[in-house]
Design a protein around this ligand. Structure first.
Ligand SMILES: Cc1ncc(COP(=O)(O)O)c(C=O)c1O
Length: 404
């Protein structure tokens, strides 16, 4: 079997890490990789045509999130940069105007793309606070209310949907609490986009981060929504592109693809929820019924359509991923980024999971490309791989005695 054959027959259940680029997206990008190569800053025909393409993409992104104008969209190199711009750009601006506001509140289950900039800001004199979550992975609005009473909070940053367990946070309520205390609100909506209808006005957020490759667009492009009249400072300086907020010649093909992906995601969000949540629910039912000592983490409701996150007691998640891969299934234990850092999931730790519960965890994340037949094959393989791994485990008899 060649690598390509193997690739085609693999079942891809890792859409929380990245998604296949839609054909329509590729078709719109191609001219900007070939004949439309002008620099958008140039005033000649070539420059004007790429500027027009960026403007259309900006409009499509704005429409997907219900922004009032394209002016509120700043393109970045992805979700990570959007989060960095939101956090650092806000912090630097607030520091220069209202130095007494030196606190940032976030949650303990954020992506590293929020947690790491927060650490950096701590070095710059900010105080950060990480709200706890329930054992189902939710931030309680009352927790925010309890800590935000002082008027010293510059920014609250809480993700819309979690990348590991898929929990959807009560953003609207959290925004109201933040605003009452005079703080700005940013949400990392990288995992929510395409899965939930997004509306920045209804939610009331001041900033929202997006990433293209989670919604069937190309990698290396994303955006930050910044409410009009909100001033933040740039973190990348240069030629003044993107409203002087993100200098550097624009990634035109990427931006064009991202815009198209947003248009598609916006049109099909209902269809996405129906198809993907339908398959996900079917998968969850089969797994819980057929695989002993399995548990679904997080709630069945208030979770994004594509996410199923399990603990299989007595199994090592890393071994499971490798065995699944050998058997033609692409899955994950959690965040793709944390795997590189070789650390245990801070999300599951924050949810109060024991070492064993964390070790035995598996994330399966589905997409529009998946079929019921694939889910059936995946559950059959998962079931036999788990059986095999448990039979090899020296702790199996202990587990059977304890849990049945
Ligand atoms: C919740 C969340 N935020 C941010 C990111 C980073 O986005 P990007 O890969 O576009 O930098 C990810 C990617 O996994 C994510 O899941």
């Amino acid at each position: 079997m060649t690598d390509d054959d193997e690739h085609d027959s693999h079942i891809y259940l890792d859409t929380a890490a990245s998604t296949p680029v839609a054909d329509e997206v590729i078709a719109e990008m191609l001219p900007y990789l070939k004949e439309r190569y002008g620099n958008p800053s140039s005033i000649h025909k070539f420059g004007r045509e790429t500027t027009r393409a960026i403007n259309l993409a900006r409009k499509r992104v704005a429409e997907m999130i219900g922004a009032s104008s394209s002016r509120e969209i700043t393109f970045t190199s992805g979700g990570t940069e959007a989060n960095n711009l939101a956090l650092k750009g806000t912090a630097m601006h607030v520091k220069s105007k209202m130095p007494e506001k030196n606190m940032i509140i976030t949650s303990s289950i954020e992506h590293d793309a929020v947690l790491e900039p927060c650490k950096d800001l701590e070095d710059g004199g900010f105080v950060t606070m990480h709200l706890p979550v329930t054992d189902e992975g939710f931030v309680r609005p009352s927790e925010l209310k309890n800590v935000i009473s002082d008027n010293n909070v510059a920014l609250v940053s809480i993700m819309y949907a979690n990348n590991e367990v898929g929990t959807i946070q009560p953003i609207k309520e959290l925004v109201e609490i933040a605003h009452q205390a005079g703080a700005l609100f940013h949400t990392d909506a990288v995992q929510a986009a395409g899965k939930l209808p997004l509306n920045v006005k209804n939610l009331g957020v001041d900033m929202m981060s997006l990433s293209s490759h989670k919604i069937n667009g190309p990698k290396g492009v994303g955006a930050l929504y910044i409410r009009s009249n909100l001033k933040i400072l740039p973190i990348i300086h240069g030629g003044g592109q993107e409203w002087y907020l993100r200098s550097g010649t624009e990634n035109v093909p990427g931006i064009v693809g991202f815009g198209k992906a947003c248009e598609l995601a916006n049109k099909r969000v209902g269809q996405y929820q129906e198809h993907v949540a339908g398959l996900r629910n079917y998968l969850v039912e089969r797994v819980l019924k057929e695989i002993p000592r399995s548990r679904l983490n997080g709630l069945r409701t208030e979770r994004i359509a594509n996410n199923a996150h399990f603990t299989f007691f007595g199994v090592n998640g890393e071994d499971l991923i490798i065995k699944l891969d050998e058997n033609g299934i692409a899955a994950s234990t959690g965040s793709a980024c944390s795997v590189k850092k070789q650390k245990q999931s801070h999300v599951l730790k924050a949810m109060g999971f024991s070492y064993e519960e964390i070790t035995g965890s598996l994330r399966l994340s589905l997409g529009m490309h998946n079929t019921k037949d694939e889910v059936d094959r995946a559950v059959d393989i998962l079931s036999s791989v788990i059986k095999e791994l448990r039979e090899l485990s020296p702790f199996e008899s202990k587990y059977v005695a304890e849990m049945g």
